[in-house]
Write a protein that binds this ligand. Sequence first.
Ligand code: SF4
Ligand code: SF4
Length: 476
Amino acid sequence: MNEQIPVKNVTPVKVHKPKGEGQGKRHDSRSRIYVRAVKGPLESFRRFFGLIFLGLFAIIPWLQYNGQQAVLLDIGEQRFTIFSLTLWPQDLTLLAYIFIVSAFALFFVTTFAGRVWCGFMCPQTTWVYIYTWFEEKFEGPRNKRMKLDERPMDADKFMRKTAKHTAWVVVALLTALTFVGYFTPIGALFIDFFTFNVGFWAGFSVIFFAVCTYGNAGYMREIMCTHICPYARFQSAMFDKDTFTVSYDATRGEKRGPRPRKLSHEDVKQKGLGDCIDCNLCVQVCPTGIDIRNGLQYECINCGACVDACNGVMEKMNYPKGLISFTSEHELSGGKTNIIRPKLVGYFVVLVIMIGLLFANIYTRSPVEVDIIRDRNSLYRETNEGLIENVYTIKVLNKTQQRQSYTVEIKGLPDYQYIGKQEFEVEGSAVYSTPISVATDAYNLEDTVTDIFISVTVTVNGETVTVDEPTKFLYR
Ligand code: SF4
Ligand code: SF4
């Protein structure tokens, strides 16, 4: 059975173009979208999620843990700190697990409820919402904004536009500073930036991300969702006929058309009209400017704004709600949604396994990384006492965030002499290098090359960990 949703060719109808935006203008290739504000439970839910996301984004880099920034993705030092966890380039597999878990979480959610990530949690949606909120505060609701853009520049228009762009720039700068604050100590960054003492790369990054935020949330908006974000393109591979997507019930809504408000529902039916009064509100509130009545389209980000708008209309008309709703293809065609289905269960099982592996990986991660570098200048040398000596550099990476004590011993070499530090301490999340030399009598060596281990031991939280790093002891 083919579970793919049939593809329909739909010519997008962008209806928000203000008069006067003629040929050759910036928005010529597409109509500018003037989104109408909407109220309803889904909108409140989205605001709630947006505020939580925004709050977390703003607060997390300011959190302190063990006297340092709790989340710091220090690219220069090649060290990612996330509370008590410090990731190094050696932990690449852990990062791979994190990416795989995120991907399968996205697959699972998309198969179950379509692009709800895009509509409710994506930073792009949240920032566009913030920018639109300022737009509405300074330029008024949709119709006023359209009229404002149509009329020539005057003092009032200039003031409103200036206020809006000032607010946008402030939001862009704060966003960029916070974002860059995930990669460099945020307190110093804010102080240095506003006192003009910031370094070149940090300053450049802030300006770059501020310009990106301003251009993206202020101007590009739905272009990012419909033309740039790759997620919109491959989502259909995850959809099936049981995926909950925002859909218009054409059987109930058609034939659409206006009607007097006092006409009863029964009279409407007798006239051959459906429940859609063709008010166009669902199109006006759509952030991507599509008409959901044309069927499922890749531009739809499942935000539910049209659901809220249409439910409001249905309420006013005294019709049952749900002409546009989160529903599945099966339900729309009169069947039942199969929540538990092989694809969804498959994604869920893989997701659970990957989360388990991720935590197992974190739990069993060694708190120390040891690297042995042989002296490249000489293979071996003879000491004054006639012993054969090899020189190494031990590099110890303390992967914990606390200072630790390490002891070194040699395994596999009988009766050896050790010259160098055999016990030392290393600060948390730091690398320590020390040269050592190991010497033994030639009679102890059976071959010119002896496989030995340089063994480093550390006790972390009462648990003793020993890393045996293999190397060679050379003679002749
Ligand atoms: S909001 Fe509802 S009634 Fe109005 S046009 Fe859209 S589907 Fe029809
Ligand atoms: S069609 Fe509805 S759910 Fe889809 S993007 Fe537009 S408003 Fe949001």
